[in-house]
Write a new protein. Structure first.
Lengths: 337, 291
């Protein structure tokens, strides 16, 4: 930890500053603002998981919304039956890891758009189960009055308190993720994305890492779901339809897939921008959002951070070439003398 | 027995529509590596063009004509120029993502600009049943099958027996060699987009009288078209046609004999099985790609 701070002082300063803003800002906001920020933290966790699968390991998945749904239903069913949220979290992690692992198997056989359709099918099947298995999920009636957790006798029923709870989870998971992508595991995931054949020939067990990328990414979707249920306090199958998977995918892409901060930014835009646009464009906010996403993709398919990265690189290159240009006449002058 | 025959005919009618949508989907993939996630919305939208035109007092045929023109411009030419061309160089997946955003854009635009309600839509033939060999058959289903078959035959003829069609096939198979041989590759790709626009309008005019015009109706249709194209084989038109019909029949039989709740799951299981065991599709060729 200390090494990180020493090596990257600017990044550490920005991280601490952002955290300070995230801690102070909600106090100035109303109930709805706190609720939306908690939603942002939850969706960021899910998008971070998808970023691991898609951005780092290069496996497209249209099933992340289904895992949020699985996590949310486990959380809702267990806590309404008197279990603590922590128990639901453990069950959700185990279940989502196992299902995510199984969903990785098709990725061993097919790639790209075929994989997109397999995961899309899984997402639709999960939705059908949420809707039809009424004995378990109460179907379209939904599950009401999901309790907010109580920690050491302190209830999180206020939106502000729950936001801090969600933020704590976001910070914990971000640190785990930071460690993961910098570990040999993270390097192996990237190798898988860049050139699977070469990774295999260098001795990376591509089979294991493909399955792991799916399993870990899906587990993070499940964890987000566990937080989602007590946040909204009522769930039915509709929020977990295919649209959520598409939205999570767009969050990762818009933010910048394969960038650590991509999901934070993508979720910020996908969750908060429509609410902000709503003030200006009334009903048209989704139309405006979709249009902005298309324009962004045309100019920068690697998302906002990709654009920033490209601008920074070209500026660095320009500065370097200016420096070289400044060097040249002096050398000539020396030669002339 | 007669109810089984009725189900199969209803299935063939649904399948004929799936086949039209799936072919367009496969054509776009072949001509320019476009996985159009908005294909379902492309079928939903023309019905609303026609509704607006008829709302202005135009007769059905005139509204249909205007719909064809609007679709060719918006869903054919503009889709290619404004979205596909700039995105194509970034690769298959970013382009697919852009079409996902386009799907949201079209769906929400219809919802906000027109309405979120479902609207009835005039059909080509009166909704009566006729007796064919002792089986009650809906005249509408027969009309759908006939129109779709005529369209499919015409398209196949165009592709196999005209110079333009052969040039289009050459473009799809190997654009570089096609360009060397003097085929106007760009124009052929544009033509493919226009054909897709025509196909989705025909599908829209056929399907909307049955399912009503609604902003969200593209979701199920688009998914069905993907499934049909993959079951049949992405790189073969014949595959997409057979896949479409097969899916329509399976869909209707599953609704009657499996359960209405899990009707939608049956095609998805078939899709997963096909992708896992025969990814090139039941009728497709293996796609060979360099690493």
């Amino acid at each position: 930890m200390m090494r990180v701070i020493r090596q990257r002082p600017v990044a550490t300063a920005i991280a601490l500053l952002s955290l300070a803003v995230l801690l102070v800002l909600p106090i100035t906001l109303g109930r709805f603002g706190n609720y939306m920020l908690a939603m942002w933290a939850t969706m960021t966790i899910a998008a971070m998981g998808l970023n691991l699968t898609l951005g780092y390991a290069g496996q497209i998945s249209l099933a992340q919304g289904a895992f949020v749904g699985i996590g949310a239903y486990i959380s809702a069913i267990m806590t309404t039956n008197g279990w603590p949220l922590g128990a639901a979290l453990v069950v959700a992690i185990v279940v989502c890891f196992a299902i995510g692992w199984l969903l990785g198997y098709p990725a061993l056989r097919v790639q790209h758009h075929y994989l997109a359709f397999v995961t899309l099918s899984f997402s639709t099947l999960a939705y059908l189960v949420f809707r039809n298995e009424e004995w378990l999920t109460k179907g379209t009636y939904g599950i009401y009055s999901i309790p907010r957790p109580t920690i050491l006798g302190y209830s999180l029923k206020h939106h502000l308190d729950f936001y801090y709870f969600a933020l704590m989870w976001l910070v914990v998971i971000s640190l785990l993720m930071w460690w993961l992508v910098r570990s040999p595991w993270g390097r192996a995931f990237t190798a898988l994305r860049e050139n699977p054949l070469r990774a295999q020939s260098l001795g990376v067990d591509t089979r294991l890492y493909t399955l792991m990328a799916f399993a870990i990414g899906s587990t993070m979707g499940g964890v987000a779901g566990v937080l989602y249920a007590p946040l909204v306090e009522f769930i039915d199958p509709n929020p977990f339809a295919l649209a959520l998977s598409f939205n999570l995918l767009l969050m990762v892409i818009v933010g910048g897939s394969g960038y650590f901060l991509g999901p934070f930014l993508g979720a910020l835009i996908a969750v908060l921008l429509p609410e902000w646009l709503r003030d200006y464009t009334s009903d048209f906010y989704l139309v405006a959002y979709a249009l902005l996403v298309m324009i962004l993709l045309i100019f920068s398919p690697t998302g906002i951070l990709g654009l920033v990265d490209r601008l920074a690189t070209s500026r660095r290159a320009r500065r370097a070439s200016e420096a070289r240009a400044a060097e040249t006449p002096r050398i000539k002058a020396k030669e002339g003398a | 027995m007669s109810s089984f025959a009725t189900l199969v005919i209803a299935g063939l009618a649904t399948g004929a529509i799936y086949a039209l949508i799936a072919i367009g989907f496969a054509l776009l993939w072949q001509a320019s590596q476009t996985i159009n996630f908005a294909q379902g919305e492309f079928v939903m939208l023309p019905a609303f063009f026609a509704l607006v035109a008829m709302g202005l007092g135009l007769p059905y045929w005139a509204a249909a004509l205007i719909t064809f023109v609007l679709a060719a411009v918006l869903l054919g030419a503009m889709f290619k120029r404004l979205l596909v061309d700039p995105m194509l160089k970034h690769g298959v997946i970013p382009l697919a993502m852009a079409t996902m955003a386009l799907a949201i854009f079209l769906k929400e635009s219809v919802k906000d600009l027109y309405s979120a309600e479902a609207y009835p839509f005039p059909s080509l033939v009166p909704p009566v049943n006729v007796n064919v060999l002792g089986t009650n058959v809906s005249l509408q289903h027969i009309a759908i099958i006939v129109v779709a078959l005529v369209t499919l035959v015409a398209l196949t003829w165009l592709l196999d027996h005209t110079t333009t069609g052969r040039q289009m096939q050459a473009t799809a198979q190997n654009p570089t060699v096609a360009r060397i041989l003097g085929i106007p590759v760009e124009r052929m790709i544009m033509l493919t987009f226009l054909i897709n626009a025509v196909l989705v309008v025909i599908a829209s005019l056929l399907v909307t009288p049955i399912y009503l015009a609604k902003f969200s109706s593209g979701e199920t249709l688009g998914l069905a078209a993907f499934v049909a194209a993959i079951i049949g084989g992405f790189n073969q038109l014949r595959g997409a046609i057979v896949g479409g019909f097969l899916l329509g029949v399976i869909d209707n039989l599953a609704a009657a004999y499996v359960s209405t709740q899990y009707r939608a799951a049956v095609p998805l299981f078939i899709l997963i099985a096909v992708i896992l065991f025969r990814p090139e599709g039941l009728f497709g060729r293996k796609e060979e790609r360099t690493v």
